[in-house]
Ligand binder design. Structure first.
Ligand code: HEC
Length: 247
């Protein structure tokens, strides 16, 4: 028969055993945590031939968020002011790229024409002002780059979705869009002017010109700095304009 004192002794033994098991387990945990099979920074290692646990980054590695040192290209600012020039010579390829990126990222709100009548706006989102108002026609390229990079009011930043080279290409395309809504016949290459004048009404059906006008781009897309165009293609700047647009 189990007496009352027997039962108490049994309980005490069980409690002591439980405590022992728990403390052994805890000690085991502590040791595992302390001796994890990982390398600490600056630790030596016998695994790698150079004896270092940390690997040296591949040459040219850029940490996320680290600037490449070209503030004009990365921030759209020159000497603390919005850049009035593009950081690389704009090519026909860059304009085509800008047009494509604009269609993907901007038209839902700003519309194909940049008039602020995109589908999302027509469904109730805040309407941005048209790119064709005088204030935005006079805004420097750096302004458009800055808005895309940092956002503007209700509009969020596009820096994480659109790389810097593409943001500049979009800014260049917006310039071309703005020009397109304020163009005169004199802006067309002579061959195109002749074609339009020869056939009244041909403007509606005329195919896009095969080549872009060779001159006049410095006014529209001035370049500052000597960065190569990261999007490829020959510059639209015409010969003899090498020094204009530099700050
Ligand atoms: C989701 C809708 C939306 C998208 C997409 C969008 N925007 Fe905007 N954008 C706006 C709105 C709304 C404003 C006005 C914000 C305000 O006034 O609060 C604005 C403002 C701007 C402005 C400033 C205009 C001014 O009045 O000074 C620029 C420039 C601009 N957007 C360019 C772009 C470009 C370039 C893209 C594509 C990369 C883009 N936006 C994509 C909604 C959008």
């Amino acid at each position: 028969m189990i007496t009352r004192s027997d039962r108490r002794r049994l309980l005490r033994a069980l409690a002591a055993g439980g405590w022992l098991a728990a403390s052994l387990l805890a000690a085991g945990c502590r040791n595992d945590m302390r001796d994890q099979p990982r390398s600490d920074p600056l630790e030596s290692s016998r695994f790698f031939p150079d004896g270092l646990a940390s690997r040296t980054p591949v040459p040219g590695t850029v940490a996320r968020g680290q600037l490449g040192g070209d503030l004009h290209f990365e921030t759209g600012m020159v000497s603390g002011k919005l850049a009035t020039t593009f950081p690389y010579p704009v090519s026909a390829e860059a304009l085509a790229r800008g047009r494509q990126r604009f269609a993907i990222f901007c038209t839902p709100c700003h519309g194909q024409l940049g008039d602020g009548q995109g589908m999302v706006v027509r469904r109730g989102f805040k309407q941005p002002s048209s790119f064709h108002v005088d204030r935005l026609r006079a805004a420097p390229p750096g302004y458009f780059f800055d808005v895309m990079t940092n956002g503007f009011g209700t509009m969020s930043s596009y820096a994480s979705q659109v790389p810097a080279a593409d943001r500049w290409a979009i800014a260049a395309y917006i310039r071309a869009l703005q020009r397109s809504q304020h163009a005169t016949l004199a802006d067309l290459p002579p061959a195109e002017q002749a074609r339009l004048l020869a056939k009244p009404g041909a403007a509606d059906t005329a195919a896009a010109p095969d080549s872009l006008p060779a001159a006049g781009w410095d006014w529209l897309l001035p370049v500052g700095g000597d960065r190569l165009n990261p999007l490829g293609g020959d510059s639209l700047r015409h010969p003899g304009s090498e020094d204009s647009g530099h700050e």
